[in-house]
Design a protein around this ligand. Sequence first.
Ligand SMILES: Cc1cc2nc3c(=O)[nH]c(=O)nc-3n(C[C@H](O)[C@H](O)[C@H](O)COP(=O)(O)OP(=O)(O)OC[C@H]3O[C@@H](n4cnc5c(N)ncnc54)[C@H](O)[C@@H]3O)c2cc1C
Length: 428
Amino acid sequence: MRGLFWFRNDLRLLDNEALHLAAKQCKELLCVYCIDPREFDETPYGFTKTGPFRIQFLLETLHQLKASLQGIGGDLWVLTDAPENAIPQLLAEHQINQLYYQHQAGTEEAETVENITQYCIANSIKVYGTHGATLFHIDDIPFSLDRLPNIFTEFRKATEKSSKVRPAFTAPKTITSIKLDGANQIPTAHDLGYTIPEPDPRAAIHFKGGETAAMQRLQHYFWDTQALKEYKETRNGLLGADYSSKFSAWLALGCISPRTIYWEVRKFEQEIVSNSSTYWLIFELLWRDYFYFVTLKYGRLLFQKGGIKQQPQDWSTNLTEFEKWRTGNTGNAFIDANMRELLHTGFMSNRGRQNVASYLVHDLNIDWRMGAAWFEHCLVDYDVASNYGNWNYLAGLGNDPRENRYFNTQTQANRYDPDGEFVRHWLG
Ligand SMILES: Cc1cc2nc3c(=O)[nH]c(=O)nc-3n(C[C@H](O)[C@H](O)[C@H](O)COP(=O)(O)OP(=O)(O)OC[C@H]3O[C@@H](n4cnc5c(N)ncnc54)[C@H](O)[C@@H]3O)c2cc1C
């Protein structure tokens, strides 16, 4: 059997079901990643969909993945092309009979898969699509998607009660690569039209892409510092590397799976301590799962002006006000400090994200989609479901009828930055 493994947001060897399957079933395997040029498109708001921090993290991850695959006899071919062009072409050129990939959320992503699947059906190519992006496997949650509860707590309680997290898959030991002519170079950021800014010394953490760095972060947060022990108390922090796990960027590209994190928490609970903090990290991973399933359930609605609720609202699209928000020049020190952190580092704490999002939609009444697009551009951990799900929620367009996500930024600043340390850190 000759297989093609199409890497997407599952850029890892460990706990990669589709890769595990492909390595077992195929005599020869071609591993491919497509850098989709549509990701560099301009938004209507004057910036590209993807910004430099995200590109840098992706390229680092691809280099690491390529080296890991080469270490077991495989290789990674990185193409700058839309997958629906590149994948069928490779399947045809190399007489491949099986295609493997992991499912992911998002309507554009689903259309791409649909196009490729149609090609495969027409050409008798067998397709294996696995589900490995979430903590709970989609077949194990106690609801069909159309019956997914509109309230997170209902989803969480029922899932905690009746579902089990599956064991993680081991990494493949060997892969025999299909040999292609010529060398395949991963493009540089410059090739893709990007200039990467110098790392900002004020950043909470320097994110480095790849599976090895993800596992190192896990080792650091759980075992070296045991910061996990106090996660519940520290998670609303604003400054420093360890107030929260910072797993999000690696989770977004699939450098690490939520299951790997889960089983490591269980090990920590057995060997060190089991407390409300160890529980809370898994609780947060359930939020991530929830938004993933919400995205599958509601599809396009998640990206529309009226959101999931389809609630008509007169948003402002005042670009001058938006520009001030985006660059951290609103005059509200707490908001500006958070927005500058995002602008200069590609990261912002969860507390910060809630406040700046609430400020944009509730205080400035600006179209939430402009804020979501700016987050998409900047965030090193951008994830379609978590980003658009949280923005829907914050804008009051989510699916929870009880929600009112207004944050009084002054009260929040007094509570979470009482001495103004965070504001001084970013505004000087
Ligand atoms: C407006 C807005 C936009 C957001 N956009 C994104 C995004 O694009 N990508 C992203 O990964 N997260 C997003 N989040 C969620 C959250 O802010 C980040 O996951 C978190 O701050 C990342 O830091 P951490 O890994 O240290 O989190 P921790 O506090 O250590 O949490 C552990 C993990 O749980 C998950 N998690 C925690 N909170 C949430 C949440 N509210 N929603 C979904 N998952 C959660 C993340 O995977 C995170 O890595 C957004 C939140 C808001 C309010």
